[in-house]
Design a protein around this ligand. Structure first.
Ligand code: NAD
Length: 481
């Protein structure tokens, strides 16, 4: 049995308490490694190391920090298959998905912010011959990055890369449910020659290691991605400490399909946007609204396509649906399917566990599930399920679908399918959402602002938004003469 280690001050170290937590492979339901059960002692040691490394790291030139991040990205890139296999084993997602999406995106995150810092400028404000103001953007110090289990290395590196590029040092915690690729990242950082203490990775429970990070007064900012309830707790701890805070939280995203859409493209993309990564992407469309004139046709075609999806061993190249991330999460998803039935929903396909006949016989698999006949205000349509479950609902007008789409407490992402350009713009303007995709889904340009409105978060990541977040602006005013 492998014992993972924390990465502190450039070295792999055991947790100070000597305690570990079981790490499961969701596709088999078996424990396959042990994760450090870190506490405030380990976090404090990471903070000391980050504090010691800060001065020299922030004083490197942008080009030197660029070079370090590029070295890290190259080493991950050389080992895409090793990382993808680890991500798939830890999370349950198909190996092919991790190989095509998760790990290449982690590589891109490091490359993107390595080059972004080389091209970043700051503002100046001229006062008509009297004076000039210029803005210095300075790193904050040691910062905390906390990420979830659904896109483990992808989201972990999305925070770490801009924090490091701007000259901060980092204390990062991956989800205790999917720690393995963060552990591989520590090894890569050592091999890449990243200076000791610049990045520190502490493993462990949210309520223990995570809590010690948010409570620590020497950590200057918290960048968090995870559930809305956890985000609310973190905000309540961090706000009185006046730390900078970025929150990327839950979603209940609408997918709005008008009769005039490019039907084939919409259908293919909707299968993906509903069930990619077993529906465990914060951007998945889980409420599908379909214009009534094509509702019956869509229902027939969608059910036919989804019931043919290959489910099972994530290692199999043909697998489209792997295991959901854990037993408690599987039970939560199944309980929502039962709730949907009591709320009057009709399961059109799926609705139950799937039991493969191979090494994955005891894994956590749920058949992709489509439910119809629910009121848009019922709990199934209002609460985040975060699994392979979608609802379909007909609509008759733009006003009606806007009302239904905007009815939840969330506002992360939305897809709109129409060939009518006027309608597309109008809908995009009125939808309560941080991200709108028209005639596509998950088409990402890393320069764009990323984040949600309402209970889906506070602040934005991506492009210069993350560079701004991880720096403090200081205005300098010089009077002439
Ligand atoms: P979670 O909130 O349970 O955990 C997220 C991280 O926070 C984990 O590392 C966890 O250990 C840590 N944590 C938990 N309690 C903590 C505490 N008291 N103090 C500090 N850290 C703590 O979320 P999850 O179940 O891992 O992830 C699923 C959720 O993440 C879903 O709601 C999903 O929508 C959301 N998500 C949002 C985005 C986005 O960009 N908006 C992206 C991915 C996932």
């Amino acid at each position: 049995m492998e014992f993972l280690k924390n990465y502190i001050n450039g070295e792999l170290v055991a947790p100070s308490s000597g305690r570990y937590i079981d790490n499961y492979e969701p596709a088999t339901g078996k424990v396959y490694s042990q994760i450090p059960d870190s506490d405030e002692v380990d976090v404090q040691s990471a903070v000391e190391s980050a504090k010691n490394a800060f001065e020299s790291w922030k004083n490197l030139s942008n080009e030197q920090r660029h070079d370090h991040l590029i070295n890290v990205s190259r080493l991950i890139e050389q080992r895409i298959d090793e990382f993808a296999l680890a991500e798939s084993k830890d999370n349950g997602k198909p190996f092919k998905l991790a190989q095509r999406v998760d790990i290449p995106r982690a590589v891109s995150n490091f490359k993107f912010y390595a080059t972004a810092i080389m091209n970043w400028g700051s503002e100046s404000h001229n006062m008509s011959g009297k004076a000039i103001n210029y803005t210095l953007r300075q790193p904050l110090g040691p910062v905390g990055c906390i990420s979830p289990w659904n896109l483990p290395l992808y989201l972990f590196s999305w925070k770490i890369a801009p924090a490091l590029a701007t000259g901060n040092t980092v204390i990062a915690k991956p989800s205790e449910i999917t720690p393995y690729t963060a552990y591989l990242l520590s090894k890569v950082c050592m091999e890449a020659g990243l200076p000791a203490g610049v990045l520190n990775i502490v493993h462990g429970l949210g309520t223990k290691a995570g809590e010690a990070i948010i409570q620590n007064n020497q950590i200057k900012a918290i960048s968090f991605t995870g559930g809305t309830k956890t985000g609310a707790h973190i905000a309540s701890v961090v706000a009185p400490k006046f730390k900078k805070l970025s929150l990327e939280l839950g979603g209940k995203n609408p997918n709005i399909i008008f009769a005039d859409c490019n039907y084939e493209l919409m259908l293919k993309t909707t299968v993906n946007s509903s069930f990619s990564n077993q529906g465990q992407i914060c951007l998945c469309g889980s409420r599908i609204f379909v214009e009534s004139s094509i509702y019956e046709k869509f229902k027939k075609d969608f059910v036919a396509a989804v019931s043919k999806m290959a489910i099972g061993d994530p290692n199999e190249p043909k697998t489209q649906i792997g295991a959901v991330v854990s037993k408690p999460h599987m039970e939560k998803i199944l309980s929502y399917i039962e709730l949907a039935k009591t709320e009057g929903g009709k399961v059109l396909t799926g609705g139950e566990r799937f039991f493969p006949q191979d090494r994955c016989a005891e894994g956590y698999f749920i058949k992709p599930t489509i439910i119809e006949g629910l009121d848009y205000m019922c709990r199934t349509n209002q609460e985040e399920i975060f699994g392979p479950v979608v609802t379909i609902t007909p609509f008759h007008s733009e006003d009606e679908v806007l009302k239904m789409a905007n009815s939840t407490e969330y506002g992360l992402a939305c897809s709109i399918w129409t060939e009518n350009i006027t309608r597309a713009h109008k809908m995009a303007e009125n939808i309560e959402s941080g991200i709108v995709w028209i005639n596509c889904w998950l088409l990402r340009d890393l320069r764009t602002p990323f984040g949600g409105v309402k209970n889906s978060g506070v602040g934005r990541e991506g492009g210069s938004e993350a560079l701004d977040f991880f720096t403090e602006p200081k205005n300098v005013c010089i009077q002439y003469g």
